[in-house]
Design a protein around this ligand. Structure first.
Ligand SMILES: Nc1ncnc2c1ncn2[C@@H]1O[C@H](COP(=O)(O)OP(=O)(O)OP(=O)(O)O)[C@@H](O)[C@H]1O
Ligand SMILES: O=C(CO)[C@H](O)[C@H](O)COP(=O)(O)O
Length: 399
């Protein structure tokens, strides 16, 4: 097969899954030549997105890549890749890798040893660290693939350094070394009843699982979720917490299977390149019911709040939305009262929400806050690049 040039920035040194460096790639394994560009010299900005399975990582990533990739190619798997790939490449703007690819035990291996995929013993954090560090420094890596269709570890795929690398999965903030590579981190914290409702809806409707098997799987994972996944939220720069509504009495809300949600965007103070969004007046405490002439609300209405708080020992600002929008285009009324959104033009949040009105959560705080975090990440990237252009870092030595 003919060699193919990629426009993505990278050097010709590849970090292999085995941990060894290779200066050139075998054409049969990776049939393209890799070129370097100024973006590699700028370094890759790395974003971590942590959550349990079925908690909305894919949905969040779709909103984020839409914000980041505006004007470039739609998200696609790597060129010439394995059909079992979990990676998404959004032009040269961003690449999203799934940390499931660093499972060191395949499905049969986990079963044999009696460990879940959430257990650190089923994951190779040394390789994860080495490869993410290499990408961040501008080097391509041959990353393994965990194939969810077969439950096997497939041959590796080439990941070239993008401008923004999103690492999503169960453990982006678990290992201290990996955590240290993240320029920004997000945790999606879905309360157990709502997680259960989302999982049932997806796994029964789309994957043909029985209610009993879904319940059993959630129960079996719970101890490891509590031990290894949930504690990562203490490290997150932003947490999107999804809770049952307070606008309806608990019994009635239960009947509604979590269709009305109370969503909190918890934003850490003092994070470099990240200025928390706020409602009306920065640093104050606000409770606002926007329903009326400019915002249509059916039962149970909408309540927005904004307040300072402490979260797991950190100073934070919190934006909260309880309820759901009836008419998405009227969101502009709410947007116009929010500040520090990092939009490039008036109404960009509303436009993004309308563009993806069919995504889950578009009529409530999950979609709104995911969109805002996406815009903040784009802004963070632009700030980092502007700083690096003003004072370029020394290039890492290439082996
Ligand atoms: N904001 C939301 N509101 C309502 N339902 C949602 C929301 N986000 C996700 N869901 C539901 O939860 C399911 C899982 O979402 P998604 O695929 O984004 O999660 P995930 O974390 O990527 O899961 P996995 O790791 O298992 O692939 C979706 O099929 C969707 O139905
Ligand atoms: O928690 C998960 C993250 O997506 C998966 O369960 C884990 O990756 C194992 O995958 P599979 O169930 O396909 O063997």
């Amino acid at each position: 097969m003919a060699a193919r040039s990629l426009s993505s920035p990278c050097t010709t040194t590849i970090l292999l899954s085995s941990g060894r460096w290779r200066r050139t790639m075998r054409a049969a394994a990776f049939p393209f030549r890799v070129s370097c560009s100024a973006a590699a010299a700028r370094g890759t900005v790395v974003i971590g997105l942590a959550a349990d399975s079925g908690c909305g990582k894919t949905t969040f990533v779709r909103r984020l890549t839409s914000v980041l990739g505006a004007g470039t190619a739609a998200a696609a798997p790597p060129w010439g890749g394995n059909p079992g790939s979990n990676t998404l490449v959004v032009g040269d703007a961003a690449t999203v890798i799934c940390l499931d690819d660093y499972h060191s035990l395949d499905r049969a291996g986990r079963k044999e040893r009696g460990v879940t995929a959430l257990d650190p013993r089923a994951n190779d954090f040394d390789l994860m660290y080495r490869q993410l560090k290499a990408i961040k420094e501008g080097r391509a890596v041959a990353k393994p693939i965990y194939n969810h269709a077969t439950g096997l570890l497939d041959p590796p795929e080439l990941i070239t350094p993008p401008k923004i690398l999103v690492v999503e999965g169960l453990h982006p903030m678990y290992d201290e070394r990996v955590r240290g590579l993240l320029d920004f981190s997000i945790y999606l914290d879905i309360s157990s009843d709502i997680k259960f409702a989302w999982k049932i809806q997806r796994d029964m409707a789309e994957r043909g699982h029985s209610l009993e098997s879904i319940k059993a799987s959630i129960e079996a994972r719970k101890p490891d979720f509590d031990a290894y996944i949930d504690p990562q939220k203490q490290y997150a720069d932003a947490v999107i917490e999804v809770l049952p509504t307070r606008l309806i009495a608990a019994a009635a809300a239960d009947d509604d299977e979590g269709k009305v949600l109370r969503v909190k965007l918890i934003m850490k103070e003092g994070v470099e390149h990240f200025a928390p969004a706020y409602l009306f007046d920065e640093g104050s405490t606000i409770s606002w019911i926007p329903c009326g002439r400019k915002l249509s609300c059916s039962y149970p209405g909408i309540k927005l709040s904004y307040f300072p708080d402490t979260y797991l020992g950190h100073e934070v600002s919190v934006l909260e939305m309880d309820g759901k929008f009836d008419k998405l285009d009227e969101l502009i009324y709410v947007e116009s009262h929010l500040s520090n959104l990092s939009t490039k033009y008036y109404g960009e949040v509303t436009q993004q929400m309308l563009k993806h009105a069919d995504f889950p959560g578009s009529n409530n705080g999950t979609g709104l806050f995911q969109t805002i975090v996406g815009l903040k990440i784009r802004d963070l990237y632009e700030q980092v690049v502007a700083e690096r252009v003003a004072s370029p870092p020394a290039l890492a030595a290439v082996a």
